[in-house]
Design a protein around this ligand. Structure first.
Ligand SMILES: [Fe+2]
Ligand SMILES: [Fe+2]
Length: 133
């Protein structure tokens, strides 16, 4: 990803991830495993790009902005690791043509909760920084 990605693009990235996740899960529900496996590649690449971009290009500056933000970044980083682990486990099941409904639910909840947490303070900070506030 570009190092100059505008904040709105990273925020919209959550919608893209939700869409790719939904396509992957729907294909699994339908037993369309070739389509599911293609969707896995797209979802995993988009997820890795999003998480890595936040970790490398955005979180360090946000963490430096206040002690509260630094503590929040620690929590966000822990959530990133939990998301990666849950996605690894789920996609492993899908690659084995197994519809892991519990894994689907776990990833859905993690992504939703993480999105909500980033929306509270991190995203407003990104937008304010872009405006030069
Ligand atoms: Fe994010
Ligand atoms: Fe994140």
């Amino acid at each position: 990803m570009s190092s100059s990605l505008p904040p709105a693009a990273t925020i919209r990235g959550h919608e893209t991830l939700d869409t790719l996740f939904a396509i992957m899960v729907r294909a699994a529900h339908l037993g369309e495993w070739a389509m599911c496996h293609q969707a896995i590649e797209q979802f995993v690449a988009a997820l890795d790009g999003h998480l890595s971009y936040e970790e490398e290009s955005q979180f360090p500056a946000y963490a430096a902005s206040s002690p509260g933000a630094a503590a929040e970044v620690q929590q966000l980083l822990e959530e990133h690791e939990r998301i990666r682990g849950a996605v690894d486990s789920l996609t492993e099941s899908f690659r084995g043509r197994e519809l892991d409904l519990q894994g689907v639910g776990a990833v859905e909840v993690m992504l939703r909760d993480h999105d909500a947490r980033e929306s509270l303070r991190f995203h407003p900070w990104l937008m304010a920084r872009q405006r030069g506030a």
